[in-house]
Design a protein around this ligand. Structure first.
Ligand SMILES: Nc1nc2c(ncn2[C@@H]2O[C@H](COP(=O)(O)OP(=O)(O)OP(=O)(O)O)[C@@H](O)[C@H]2O)c(=O)[nH]1
Ligand SMILES: [Mg+2]
Length: 224
């Protein structure tokens, strides 16, 4: 593949987000795809889908197919189908909830069991970094977990939006062996940001293309 003049490349990447209930997987997905945050907890039953097309570089456009998996599916019969074909897996926990961090081990092994020899790119994501004063998981533990399993690692806040977009851009760039411009890399640093309330944008519902069972529930798809 060459970067010859004027040529652009279109790719599709499947991202699966797993982790305990209430860790913030849906909030991360919604922040990234619609730039919105909902304080009320609405448990994901099965799986939700989001689509977002990003310009990774001037020559790479990537459509991210985000599979937001409900925390209750760990050990369930559908997990293998949800994970099938994943290019990237985000293991999300809540930094104020130690159990959600400890359970990442189970999530990791469950995902690996269903990957059938095709190991996706993994990243561990500590969410709710706006609640630093309630932190229950030491950053060293987070970093050691990632290092021991050769994973990328991030801290984000779906509430403030801090680093959420960077996670999606950077994991995609890593997967595709694309070097992001310097300002993209800089964006990975934790930056305190005010909470901005935005009116939700119009979304166009799109049917999922994955063959899924009847217990799945699809809500939001947002193609940008
Ligand atoms: N303070 C704070 N609250 C957050 C953040 N992210 C999510 N929450 C809240 O945490 C609760 C759970 O968030 P969800 O995104 O629904 O969690 P989930 O991981 O999708 O949960 P399941 O669907 O049950 O697997 C909600 O009340 C969110 O508003 C965050 O970054 N900071
Ligand atoms: Mg959810």
């Amino acid at each position: 593949m060459s970067d010859s003049e004027g040529e652009t490349f279109e790719k599709q990447v499947k991202i699966v987000i797993v982790g305990d209930g209430s860790s913030g997987k849906t909030s991360m997905s919604q922040r990234f795809s619609n730039d919105k945050f909902t304080p009320a907890y609405d448990q994901t039953l099965g799986i939700d889908y989001y689509l977002k097309r990003i310009n990774l570089t001037r020559t790479y456009n990537v459509t991210l197919a985000i599979n937001d998996i409900g925390g209750q599916t760990l050990g369930g019969a559908m997990l293998d189908k949800y994970i099938y074909g994943a290019d990237i897996v985000l293991l999300v926990y809540d930094i104020t909830n130690l159990q959600s961090f400890e359970n990442l081990e189970d999530w990791y092994h469950s995902v690996m069991k269903y990957c059938a020899g095709r190991k996706p790119l993994f990243a561990v994501v500590g969410n709710k970094s706006d609640l630093e004063h309630l932190r229950a998981v030491k950053p060293e533990k987070h970093h050691q977990f990632a290092k021991d399993r050769d994973m990328l690692s991030y801290f984000v806040s779906a509430k403030t939006g801090e680093s959420v977009e960077n996670v999606f851009r950077q994991v995609t760039a890593h997967l595709m062996h694309v070097v992001l411009p310097k300002n993209d890399q800089d964006g990975a640093r934790i930056i305190k940001a005010p909470i901005v309330r935005q009116e939700s944008q119009n979304t166009t519902p799109i049917q999922p293309t994955s063959p899924l069972g009847s217990q799945s529930r699809t809500s939001v798809c947002n193609l940008q």
